[in-house]
Design a protein around this ligand. Structure first.
Ligand SMILES: O=P(O)(O)OP(=O)(O)OP(=O)(O)OC[C@H]1O[C@@H](n2cnc3c(O)ncnc32)[C@H](O)[C@@H]1O
Length: 179
């Protein structure tokens, strides 16, 4: 089974690895999850659900094109503006041979107002958070969610839950089959 994640971000590769390890869906006994940098086709800071979803699906399809891939995953972080604030969320897409694709949205986090204002002005969340927190590449570590929840919820944990939800129809196809 070749599981390819369309990213080298450890929070994403780790999340997909943990889901497959926990589910133990390894008919051949081998679990290999590879992270490969692929284009998302959307701006570095996707805005809104539609743009973020497109990025996730593009990454998933590109991941499935990699040699030996039987699952392609695209995980894309996005920000949306609503109710006067900015909300951080992600989309997980899983692509399988034959064109089947499943998509799930993560839970979301309200960003601090000063950060929201900078995003509205066109800045990208990662560098803004690193500047505010004095961190380096927090998006590849605990993430913004980890920083503001004192580590209770990490970025990888959020990806992990959404990845498990995303592939549920593929794990129990008998329950999802349309008769
Ligand atoms: O290497 P890739 O897969 O591109 O991972 P990424 O974290 O750079 O890219 P995403 O598409 O997941 O997220 C889009 C942008 O949103 C920002 N971002 C998303 N989640 C974040 C987090 O938890 N902390 C800081 N920045 C985050 C960051 O600036 C990203 O460039």
């Amino acid at each position: 089974m070749g599981i390819v994640v369309g990213s080298t971000n450890p929070t994403k590769v780790h999340a997909v690895t943990r889901v497959f390890a926990a589910l133990d869906v390894r008919p051949d006994g081998v679990l290999e999850v590879r992270g490969v940098a692929v284009p998302s086709g959307v701006p570095d800071q996707p805005l809104g659900v539609g743009e973020t979803r497109r990025g996730a699906v593009t990454r998933a399809r590109a991941a499935l094109q990699q040699p030996g891939a039987t699952w392609g995953f695209g995980l894309e972080g996005g920000v949306r503006f609503d109710r006067g604030g900015a909300w951080l969320f992600g989309i997980v897409a899983a692509a399988r041979p034959g064109g089947v694709i499943h998509v799930t949205r993560t839970s979301e986090l309200r960003l601090p107002p000063t950060v929201a204002a900078r995003l509205r002005a066109g800045e990208e969340l990662g560098p803004v958070m690193d500047e505010v927190l004095g961190t380096v590449d927090i998006k590849r570590g605990v993430g913004t969610v980890g920083a503001v929840t004192r580590g209770l919820v990490t970025r990888s944990a959020v990806w992990e839950q959404a990845t498990a939800l995303c592939i549920a129809p593929l794990l129990t196809p008998e329950l999802y089959r349309v008769s």
